[in-house]
Design a protein around this ligand. Structure first.
Ligand SMILES: [Zn+2]
Length: 126
């Protein structure tokens, strides 16, 4: 059975190839689990050389026994990708807000609609 995280990983992977003929590749990490390496979606654009734009400097590091991943960029040349790494949840939110909304809705429909309703209320309260 596919978990919700795996399902949304599948949906987000096509967005991770980057520009200029970059690629997103599977990679087996030291813990024996499958992750991915790809051009950083946050700092590849600001590289001047095409070779550097294509370079796979970002990883989705697999977690043991949890069907989740941590996003990590080695180059860290933008505000979005600097720091210690991001949960899959946050990565999805930054990379594709539309997919992220669908993800939240599927994960916890009640919470999603509560939030949505509150957001709509706020619009009218101001
Ligand atoms: Zn980066």
């Amino acid at each position: 059975m596919t978990t919700l995280n795996e399902k949304y990983l599948g949906k987000v992977l096509p967005y991770l190839h980057g520009l200029d003929g970059g690629e997103c590749k599977e990679k087996i990490f030291r813990n024996g689990l499958k992750g991915y390496e790809f051009p950083c979606p946050f700092c590849s654009d600001c590289q001047s050389k095409p070779k550097h734009k294509r370079k796979r400097v970002a990883y989705l590091l697999p977690h043991k026994e949890s069907f989740s991943w941590t996003f990590f960029c080695h180059r860290k040349q933008s505000n979005e990708c600097s720091g210690d790494g991001k949960s899959f949840h946050n990565f999805l939110m930054m990379i594709n807000p539309t997919l992220f909304k669908q993800y939240l809705k599927e994960k916890d429909p009640a919470a999603f609609f509560r939030q949505y309703r509150d957001a709509n209320y706020k619009k009218y309260l101001n």
